[in-house]
Every structure is written in C-alpha cells, then in structure tokens.
Design a protein around this ligand. Structure first.
Ligand code: 13P
Length: 254
C-alpha cells in the first residue's frame, strides 16, 4: 500500500495566485515519488485553478476539506460530494477538529461520511481527543467518537474509508511537540481494535490510518516508520513548498 500524505491547507492562502505557487512548488517532487501519494486539500474556491496544474496524475490528487451530506438542492453555502467529484476532487476530509469546534457533531460527520463513500470519494474521517488524561478517559472518548462518526457506515462501504488520528492537543505546534511515534503506535492499535469490534478484523485492518498534528520534515519519517501509520495529514507545514517537499522525500525514502 502506498503511503498517503495529505496537505490540509485549511483557510489558506489568500489568493489563487499563491495557491498555484504552492502547488507548483510541490508538483515536481510529488510527481517523482513511487511509494507515496500526495493529496492537496485547498479551499474549494481554488479547485479549478489547481485541477489544471495537477492534470491527470496518478500520484498527486486533489481533495476537499469538507462536504455536505446531500447531493443537491436548497442548502445555501454547502458543497456536495458529487460537485467535489465533478470538479476533480478524489479525496475529502470530514470531521476535522476545527469543524467539530464550530459545531459539527458525530451525527453530521456520520451522514457526510456515508454519502461521500457512496459517491466514491476517498473519505478521510478525523478523530482525536482534546486532552490525554492519566485515567485513560481519552480512550473511551476515542471509541465513542469512532463509533458515532461511523454510525451510518456499513461494512460494504469501507473500501474508500481512511481514518485520520489527530490529537487536538498536538495540532499547530513545532515538530518537537508532536506526539511521540511510540504513543502514536499504541493509539493506532487501539483504533484498529475499535474498528475490528464494529466491522470484523479483516475489514478493519484494511482501513488506512493516518496521523496528523505538528508533522514536519524532522519527524515525518520516524512517525511513519515507528508510529504504525499509513500516512500523514499535514497542516501549516504544507503551505511552504520546501518544507512539504522535505516531508514527502523523507517518507518516500523510508
Ligand atoms: P498542523 O500540521 O498545523 O499541526 O495541523 C494538523 C492538522 O490539523 C491537519 O489536518
């Protein structure tokens, strides 16, 4: 299985010109990789410009940062999975902690997840605890969040599901403050166990698990090597082409 490195640009950059600059700075490196696929998730408004730069690549893809749970209709301000697909998107990130903080519930994430999977998008469902407590309450939190966010998703739709584990306390910091690979590995095993309880071991173990939270060039390689993950979700370091390229190269060279 190829490693999956996803750039979550969040609400950046300010202009289409800058968006094109970042992608052009990444494209050459990403296109050369054999074992690593790259997904760029910009704000919707830049999709068309960036789609033209990506072209028909089989190693570099476009993804959305959100989707609605209906296909079309009177839903002002929303964008549907069908629109994402028809605009060149093949991935979608759902339930990011920054969206959950704005009021997105597990129930909403679950509805979105089902419709995106049915549309054929590679669907990245984000989970992650706010804090790590000594009593291990975060484990119960994670279990509930996984169960509820996938509540509507039956086993037959799992093929395109990806889980991104992003502990909220580790987001937006320096590389050195990311979660330690050994701790990531332990949590990944737990996530697989919870998925196995829902879908059975064979199906659950086929679901790729990514890590996100302060990933940079210094820690990307060791998180992949020792963290037991199939890829990474990268925030602020994905906005600087040279930093993001360093991440891509270090993952490719493992
Ligand atoms: P940072 O890489 O900026 O910590 O963001 C992580 C994230 O939220 C990616 O979705």
């Amino acid at each position: 299985m190829k490693k999956i490195i996803i750039a979550n640009w969040k609400m950046n950059p300010f202009s289409a010109k800058e968006a094109e600059y970042i992608l052009n700075g990444v494209k050459k490196t990403a296109a050369k990789l054999k074992k690593t696929q790259t997904v760029i998730c910009p704000p919707f408004i830049y999709f068309n410009n960036l789609r033209k730069i990506i072209g028909k690549s089989t190693i570099l893809f476009l993804g959305a940062q959100n989707s609605f749970w209906e296909i079309e209709g009177a839903f002002t301000g929303e964008v549907s999975p069908e629109m994402i697909k028809n605009s060149g998107g093949s991935y979608v990130i759902l339930g990011h902690s920054e969206r959950r903080a704005l009021g997105e519930s597990d129930e909403m994430v679950s509805k979105k997840t089902l419709v995106c999977l049915k549309t054929g998008l590679k669907t990245v469902v984000c989970i992650g605890e706010k804090v790590r407590d000594e009593q291990g309450d975060y484990l119960a939190f994670l279990k509930n969040e996984i169960r509820n966010s996938l509540n509507k998703v039956q086993k037959r739709f799992l093929r395109n599901l990806i889980i991104a584990y992003e502990p909220i306390w580790a987001i937006g910091k320096k590389d050195a403050e990311a979660m330690l690979p050994a701790d990531i590995h332990e949590t990944v095993i737990y996530i697989k166990k919870v998925l196995s309880e829902i879908y059975g071991q064979e199906s659950a173990l086929a679901v790729p698990i990514l890590y996100g939270g302060s990933v940079g060039g210094k820690n990307a390689g060791e998180i992949i090597k020792d963290g037991g993950v199939n890829g990474l979700l990268v925030g602020h370091q994905s906005l600087k082409p040279e930093n993001f390229n360093e991440i891509l190269r270090s993952v490719e060279n493992i």
